[in-house]
Design a protein around this ligand. Structure first.
Ligand SMILES: [Zn+2]
Length: 101
């Protein structure tokens, strides 16, 4: 069966441990396979068979807070990113910088 390869750059960052959960959600979709997430690049890569599986996967990513780069986000389809670890890390760095100044 012919499969397509999707490389989806997403708008929010995720850490390595949360990427396992995002991967699990994507693997629930039928005929989505070889899911790989690259936290440093905010990139999601997977194989799909039919175009509607690709759009299902994009919906799952949007629901988890990871819309594709270039997607316009409005109030209705805005979801907070599944991973808040990186944001907390940034906040800690910020506080750290403040106290050392
Ligand atoms: Zn995380």
């Amino acid at each position: 069966m012919k499969t397509g390869l999707a490389k989806i750059p997403v708008q929010n960052s995720f850490c390595a441990s949360c990427s396992h959960q995002i991967r699990k959600e994507l693997l629930k979709i039928e005929d989505i396979s070889n899911v790989h997430l690259f936290p440093t690049e905010s990139l999601v890569v997977f194989n799909f068979v039919r175009a509607n599986e690709l759009s299902t996967a994009l919906n799952v990513l949007t629901d988890l807070g990871y819309p594709q780069v270039g997607d316009r986000i409005n109030g209705r389809n805005h979801h907070p990113p599944y991973c808040t670890c990186t944001r907390m890390k940034q906040k800690n760095t910020y506080l750290y910088n403040r106290t050392t100044v």
